[in-house]
Design a protein around this ligand. Structure first.
Ligand code: SAM
Ligand code: SF4
Length: 318
């Protein structure tokens, strides 16, 4: 079992397989970065898998593949199959913008993927285009349909933004409710890459908008989920991810690996260590030691107020 320096069990690994993306979401990557990490500097799927095995052997129970846009990296289904075959009962998930799901969903499912989180910030074509800076909505909706059809369990992530999609939160909730998907509204997290004018909403403000149509109660917090859940009178549960709350870090169970092999203990904390050399030298003992060192050094709380992270969300995987 992996325990961090503040006695929290760490059993959730997020692996970013690429920082590249086919969208330019205003809250994440409004502009194409000056340069991408060259492909030869990325860990191969086999190398990433070696480290995933280290984590699973040490007690990780949940692995999420993310990015950038993970479906942009060719052969992702092979990486998924490696993990799924190594541990059948692993909770294996993918976060995606859904744009490439129409062609990818079937092979992802066959490879052993169980569930996906899809970013859906608007149901209006023009607003979706404004947020992602590309005409994406129709293909995204086709991707969601395809994922549903092949039997992937779906959650929706939505970042409410002032003056952008705030008049659609109830529509997005209803869309998810009708289809049986959980929606999670994410408080916008300030970062240096986001479009300067982007302003999010606090959980309380999001709740006020939902309360215009629905009565709901706060659910008891489950395990280490980052989401605070709320239940409507008919039993439908939606979530709000509230990173601005003081106790958000108390149950953190996550560690993040970037595509170039940097192991990051916290989104808003500059320290990190590379496992690349250890993995490429097949030195599993060293990789395990680095994992334990990074966790020993995981901060009790994010350093949000002290340092606005210069690390991009598309690099860490959000
Ligand atoms: N491209 C995929 C996607 O968009 O789902 C996966 C990577 S994206 C970085 C992972 C998640 O981070 C998405 O749900 C996205 O909405 C969220 N995200 C990115 N930047 C954010 C920000 N500044 N504040 C809150 N959430 C953010
Ligand atoms: Fe790309 Fe996802 Fe970031 Fe949007 S949130 S720019 S889809 S990585």
């Amino acid at each position: 079992m992996l325990i961090d320096g503040h006695n929290r069990v760490v059993d959730y690994l997020r692996v970013s397989v690429t920082e590249r993306c086919n969208f330019r979401c205003q809250y994440c990557m409004p502009e194409k970065p000056f340069s991408w990490v060259p492909k030869e500097n990325l860990l191969t799927y086999e190398e990433l898998f070696e480290f995933v095995k280290v984590c699973i052997d040490e007690g990780v129970k949940k692995v999420r593949i993310t990015g950038g846009e993970p479906l942009l990296r060719e052969g992702l289904e092979h990486f998924i199959a490696m993990i799924a075959q190594y541990k059948e009962d692993i909770d294996l998930a993918l976060t995606t913008n859904a744009y490439l799901l129409p062609q990818a969903a079937q092979k992802l499912k066959e490879a052993g993927l169980k569930r996906i989180n899809v970013s859906l910030d608007s149901l209006k074509p023009k607003i979706a285009e404004k947020i992602a800076q590309k005409d994406v909505l129709q293909t995204v909706l086709e991707g969601i349909d395809k994922a549903d059809e092949v039997g992937l369990k779906i959650k929706v992530n939505c970042v409410p933004m002032q003056g952008v999609n705030d008049d659609e939160l109830l529509d997005i909730l209803d869309f998810c409710k009708q289809r049986g998907y959980t929606v999670r509204f994410i408080e916008f997290m300030e970062n240096q890459q986001a479009l300067m004018t982007t302003k999010g909403y606090t959980s309380e403000e999001i709740q006020k908008i939902i309360a215009q149509k629905y009565h709901f109660v706060k659910c008891e917090r489950k395990g280490s989920s980052p989401s605070q859940d709320y239940m409507l009178d008919d039993g439908y549960v939606f979530g709000i991810i509230e990173p601005h709350k003081d106790d958000f870090c108390a149950t953190c169970n996550r560690v993040r690996l970037t595509a170039s092999g940097v192991l990051i203990p916290c989104l808003y904390f500059e320290d990190a260590q590379s496992i690349k050399e250890a993995i490429q030298n097949k030195d599993i003992q060293k990789a395990t030691q680095i994992l334990k060192n990074v966790l020993a050094n995981k901060p009790e709380k994010n350093k949000w107020s002290q340092e606005t992270s210069s690390r991009a969300f598309y690099e860490t995987g959000g």
